[in-house]
Write a protein that binds this ligand. Structure first.
Ligand code: ZN
Length: 479
């Protein structure tokens, strides 16, 4: 049955690698869940919400179809698909294209000082790296971004890249607390965003898009007057620029999730710069603004990657983790590949809600707008349940839950007062000299001012990101 669904895009290496990664996570989730008799009254310490397991740490495939729902949702979408139809290999539902095609020059009036929207038609795909691969590091653009990092005043720690395979494949790195590797042990950097400060506040995020079903999610969010943070993969942004503009113009926060969705700690410094730089650039080229937040794919970040992101003006933002077995990951990504099912994802969600009501802060949850199934579970079940929750959750984008204006989410509109992006060392006199000068020579010519601005940033407290892969409408990716 799955074979009939093999339409659409085939993203060979990247997607299969990503699928394997997430399958491992799903296995870990299932194992964690099965080892706990979770009940609605379970205390936070025993409630199970997925895992932050790194790739390679957990073998074994779960029996996704055997999981059943263990609680009652407070509400569902009246038009919700049955859970049995939110499954791997499900027939493709109609897609919702960008509801509005914005004209070049349209003005984002909600953001003071924001430039007019660029013309999507002027984007030349050939001027960007191949999709879903870490970009080459010898391009003029990457050389320019390297100069930007070098002139930032930040010292990149001498930490070796990890090898693929996560914690199990890197026992020394995993044990090295000075590395502060979030993947292995959940170590957050001092400036990482891992929760919202106010209790009962949910920093709503969706990763890996924009993609075929993002329009459906945007439509639902609009109906409910909800705003979210979208962590955008550069390779998807260039594929669905109209949807990215729709997200932005609907006043959602747009943030970076890398160009090709790699495990960032496995990359060289130059490759990290290339991943962040190209994703930052395509967003700027489509929207006219440059994000100040990023999320590392798989949460794979350590002090080396953090510092490079900081030097590039990107604030590292992950998701909430209160114990090794209570990470706020719905596991929604794994429905499409068949390593979990919709019921398990909702059980994970229920545990997240239980934990969220018991911690002293707000929270951030990992979800995706990449697949039909992830969008359906979000708009048909998770969001309706969250909206009906008592006491109510306050649901908003990350930048908002931090108490900052949306304008702080972008370089061009950030006044550097409430959320300064690196400028503390810019007074040193050398700041920005190299990068700023070279910024105007960017081959695209589209973002010279941005590069200049970023070049001037030295980065005391900034941050980082992530991204992923694509999809096809119907997902044959995991066959
Ligand atoms: Zn991702």
């Amino acid at each position: 049955m799955k074979l009939s669904l093999v339409s659409a895009v085939v993203l060979p290496a990247l997607v299969s690698a990503h699928g394997v990664h997430h399958a491992r996570q799903a296995a870990a989730q299932a194992a964690a869940a099965s080892s706990s008799t979770s009940s609605a009254a379970a205390p936070a310490s025993s409630a199970v919400v997925g895992t932050s397991a790194a790739p390679g740490t957990t073998p074994a495939a779960p029996a996704a179809s055997s999981v059943t729902l263990t609680f009652t949702l407070a509400s569902t979408n009246p038009s919700a698909l049955p859970l049995s139809e939110i499954a791997s290999g499900a027939p493709s539902q109609p897609t919702v294209p960008a509801s509005t095609t914005f004209a070049a020059g349209a003005s984002p009036t909600f953001l003071s000082g924001a430039p007019a929207l660029p013309s999507i038609g002027s984007i030349v795909v050939a001027n960007y790296p191949p999709l879903d691969k870490t970009p080459p590091t010898d391009s003029a653009e990457v050389q320019q971004w390297k100069a930007e990092v070098a002139s930032s005043g930040v010292t990149i720690p001498d930490i070796a890249p990890t090898v693929a395979g996560g914690c199990a494949a890197n026992p020394q790195a995993a044990a090295d607390t000075s590395r502060c590797w979030w993947t292995c042990g959940g170590c957050p950097g001092p400036n990482d965003v891992v929760s919202c400060p106010d209790k009962m506040t949910w920093g709503l995020t969706y990763d890996d898009g924009p993609a075929l079903y993002t329009g459906e999610l945007l439509s639902y969010l609009d109906q409910q007057n909800l705003k979210a943070t979208f962590f955008v993969v550069g390779s998807r942004a260039i594929s669905y620029p109209a949807l990215l503009q729709e997200e932005y113009m609907a006043q959602h926060q747009i943030a970076v999730h890398t160009w090709s969705h790699p495990e960032m700690t496995t990359l060289t410094n130059d490759q990290v710069i290339a991943e962040l730089g190209w994703s930052r650039k395509i967003i700027k080229d489509v929207l006219g603004v440059t994000p100040t937040y990023w999320r590392p794919p798989y949460g794979d970040v350590d002090n080396r990657v953090r510092v490079i992101a900081t030097a590039m003006g990107l604030q590292t933002s992950i998701w909430t983790r209160i114990s090794p077995t209570a990470t706020f990951d719905t596991g929604d990504f794994n429905i499409a590949g068949g390593t979990t099912n919709a019921e398990q994802v909702l059980n994970n969600w229920h545990s997240i809600v239980n934990n969220a009501t018991q911690i002293d802060t707000g929270f951030i949850v990992l979800e995706h707008d990449l697949f039909q199934q992830t969008v359906e579970i979000a708009k048909d079940y998770i969001l309706p349940d969250a909206l009906a929750h008592q006491p109510p959750f306050k649901i908003e984008p990350i930048v908002s839950c931090l108490g900052l204006p949306l304008s702080d989410a972008y370089v061009e509109t950030n006044n550097n007062k409430s959320h300064p992006i690196g400028c503390t060392s810019s007074a040193s006199g050398s700041s920005g000299s190299g990068a700023q000068a070279s910024g105007s020579s960017n081959s695209s010519g589209a973002d010279s001012s941005n590069n200049g601005a970023m070049g001037a940033l030295s980065a005391p407290n900034a941050l980082a990101a992530v991204a992923l892969s694509v999809v096809s409408g119907a997902l044959a990716l995991f066959l």
